[in-house]
Design a protein around this ligand. Sequence first.
Ligand code: CP
Length: 305
Amino acid sequence: MRHLIEITDLTVEEINRLITLAENIITNGRRFSEVCKGKKIATLFFEPSTRTRLSFEAAMIELGGYVIGFSSSDCSSAAKGEMVTDTVRTVGCYADIIAMRHPKEGAPLAASKYSPVPIINAGDGGHNHPTQTLADLLTIYREKSRLDSFTIGFCGDLMFGRTVHSLINALSRYENINFIFISPEELKIPAYIKDDTLKKRGLGFKEVERLEDVLPDLDVLYMTRVQRERFFNEADYIRLKDSYILEPSKLYRAKKDLCIMHPLPRVNEISHSVDNDPRACYFKQVQNGKYIRMALIMKLLELEA
Ligand code: CP
């Protein structure tokens, strides 16, 4: 039985095969409409979500399966003090696969040790978000026709941004990726990512504070939200929340084929007036998220069309 807790639980070859399968699903959706007939996914969301939970549910429904679950810890027995390990042992009696989001780093890993069915980490605190990474990789591949040899700038909250951490981890295994990290001093990429992922693999990177200084060099710009829910101190959040706001006037120096990404939700960091720019790819990421999750469910349940 396979779980997906971190993106490195999948080899590069497996990720590439998932991307190929997702593209097949995009082209030939009807062929996959009964692949999960009789199967159930449980979406256990102990933290809010729009895209991840609903895309898992849409993915299972489009594969012909069913959905059970909860969208908040308040309406599960977690509110009575139940541990996640008991929750997944219970839900594993009802469902074939579980997608779990939790505010505590490591909760899906702990759950996977006790679960009788595959666990998918749908985001754990400020740690990892591997299925967002799969959606991001599919988006980059569909925009650039490759997953190597480009310059990517990560901008915003790189300290707590779990989507950033997972995507760096994934891209560090592809060839010739140039990483640029754009953040205020307080929200810099954690040392463990620099040491354990980048330096260990001999990969170079640049850290800057001003987006304008590096924007012309970028092939991909990955914007992120400053996350109020990760701060201990409201004053720090208020001071940092508008550090970066991408507006059309800033994009005139960017490449014509720049791919502008954001895992969403956004608050202020990308002006709505950027949405009609052909370089805006963040709603394509949302759409791709459903297809890659369909591919992932099939892989973990060992199902074929
Ligand atoms: N990208 C993402 O995880 O969005 P949600 O929080 O809405 O699931």
